[in-house]
Design a protein around this ligand. Structure first.
Ligand code: SAH
Ligand code: F3S
Length: 491
């Protein structure tokens, strides 16, 4: 999505940054933690904060006041990395005024560039990849002893299942819960399999316990996070990598005999288990993959009122040749069938997407296919990007990045303009209807108004009255902007 266009639903796709603050045990050591990129990164920063607060740190919002600056980074597109690079120079300046300050780069850009960041530019003292956060206390000690410290080992097991994330930047109502890490899909354009490593699922018991704890702490919505939630699989013995490929396929698609199937927890099963924590706890999830999503997930969604009727289903392109070249594992027709089953099983479900324009060799006709599929799919929202070549990916090795910047920009603009119309149409459909809204925060536009979302993830704004954050209210929508419903609470 182009910055400033449409509504921000998920910072992940915006490249926004958030500085996080939380008080630890009383200590003189202060941590400044800044996060970029996807929701998973924001969830990871909460694990990092938990680890450092356990070491006696407290967080600060003032980087000049910090003893340690950690920046949790994103490598998904070149512009994300450029933004972070310029930020690192600002941190370096802060360090000049406070010798002894330690600067660490964490996350996907750290994993991608590894020790290059230490050697070439001497911008940082610590480089830590997404699977090495338990090692941060040791890395800090190494730096205190005069060394630079790197840990970019990727793990096949690490899920940080036993660490209770410290909720940062909190509204106290909605929280992210990581259910898996890494990705094995190898979409040809994508750097994630290289920066976040092999896919692994987290023990369901630890997920349920985290959801229960959040509910007890007053939270009323959890978003289950994974790069590809539909391939979540847990069994008594642990990770699916120890199982035969055929068994994984049968278990994921619910093809086993009931007594066999019951040994496995699929994403559809997990969704139900989390929904059962409490009917007042809303459950959302991201991201679904058109290749792997099963009808079982849709049926689980219909069984529970508290599982929100909203699916983020990235399409990337509307053309089958381009999709094959992207190694997405589905065609235009397959994608259409997936949406058709969503519409049959859950007619009220809203769908959003991700689109990449200007992928290698994409023709004008193929671009038109993307526009026509957008119209057919009637997306509520879309995050729209120009293709950015990433070093090390299959696309970088095999294909030429041959669509000019101007053509990419023009096609992207056409996609953005169309999506604005589609969003408006979908938002208008909510007018005159009553929406059950979970109150999340005070509206950005007016302190007299509250803001929350309906089940379909549309933002709803209404006068505060006597309500409070975390309450559910029924709002009659009487007005709207392109992506927000405005209304009043009815009893
Ligand atoms: N499965 C992931 C996708 C992560 S990347 C998830 O859970 O969200 C988010 C989006 O960034 C992708 O869906 C894709 O649309 C976009 N993207 C990924 N690599 C890209 C690249 N090289 N250039 C442009 N956009 C890219
Ligand atoms: Fe990237 Fe495709 Fe996985 S977009 S995160 S490789 S599903």
């Amino acid at each position: 999505m182009i910055e400033g266009e449409l509504k921000v639903i998920d910072e992940s796709r915006q490249g926004e940054s958030i500085t996080m603050e939380s008080k630890g045990k009383s200590s003189s050591k202060k941590l400044f933690l800044e996060s970029y990129g996807c929701s998973m990164n924001f969830a990871d920063s909460e694990v990092v904060a938990a680890i450092l607060i356990g070491q006696g740190f407290e967080t600060t919002k003032d980087m000049n006041d910090a003893d340690v600056i950690f920046v949790n980074t994103c490598a998904i597109r070149d512009n994300a990395e450029q933004k972070i690079r310029s930020r690192l120079f600002e941190f370096k300046k802060a360090k000049k005024n406070k010798p002894g300050m330690i600067i660490g780069i964490l996350g996907c850009m750290a994993e991608r560039l590894k020790s290059k960041l230490l050697e070439e530019e001497k911008l940082v003292d610590i480089v830590a990849g997404p699977d090495s956060y338990r090692d941060l206390p040791n890395l800090l000690v190494q730096v205190e002893n005069g060394h630079r410290a790197v840990n970019v080992l990727l793990s096949r097991e690490e899920t940080y299942a036993d660490i209770s994330p410290v909720r940062l930047d909190k509204n106290g109502v909605t929280a992210f819960v990581s259910i898996m890490r890494g990705c094995d899909n190898m979409c040809s354009f994508c750097v994630v399999p290289f920066t976040r490593g092999r896919e692994r699922s987290r023990d369901p018991e630890s997920i349920i316990n985290e959801a229960k704890q959040l509910f007890e702490d007053g939270y009323r919505e959890v978003t289950l996070l994974g790069q590809n939630v539909d391939s979540y699989l847990w069994w008594g013995g642990g990770q699916k990598k120890e199982l035969a490929v055929e068994t994984v396929h049968a278990a994921l698609n619910h093809l086993l005999k009931p007594e066999e199937q019951s040994k496995y927890t699929t994403f559809a099963d997990l969704l139900e288990l989390v929904a059962q924590v409490n009917p007042e706890l809303r459950v959302r999830f991201s991201t679904s993959n058109p290749r792997d999503m099963t009808d079982a997930v849709l049926h689980s969604m219909t069984k529970y009122e508290n599982i929100c009727k909203y699916i983020h289903l990235p399409v990337q392109s509307g053309n089958s040749r381009v999709l094959a070249k992207m190694n997405r594992g589905y065609s235009r027709e397959d994608y259409i069938k997936r949406i058709e089953s969503i519409r049959v099983i859950m007619p009220e479900c809203s769908i959003s997407t991700d689109i990449i324009t200007g992928f290698c060799s994409e023709t004008e006709e193929e671009h038109q296919d993307t526009l026509s599929l957008m119209k057919w799919s009637k997306y509520f929202y879309a995050y729209m990007f120009s293709y950015s070549e990433r070093p090390g990916t299959a696309a970088e090795k095999k294909f030429e990045d041959d669509i000019s910047t101007e053509v990419k920009a023009r096609r992207l603009q056409e996609i953005v303009d169309l999506q604005r119309l589609l969003s408006e149409e979908q938002t208008k459909l909510g007018l005159g209807k009553i929406h059950r809204v979970l109150i999340e925060s005070i509206s950005k536009k007016s302190t007299d108004m509250f803001c929350g979302r309906n089940t379909q993830n549309t933002v709803v704004v209404f006068p505060k009255g006597n309500h409070k954050r975390g309450d559910y209210v029924n709002v009659l929508a009487t007005n709207c902007t392109s992506a927000t419903l405005i209304g009043e609470v009815i009893s």
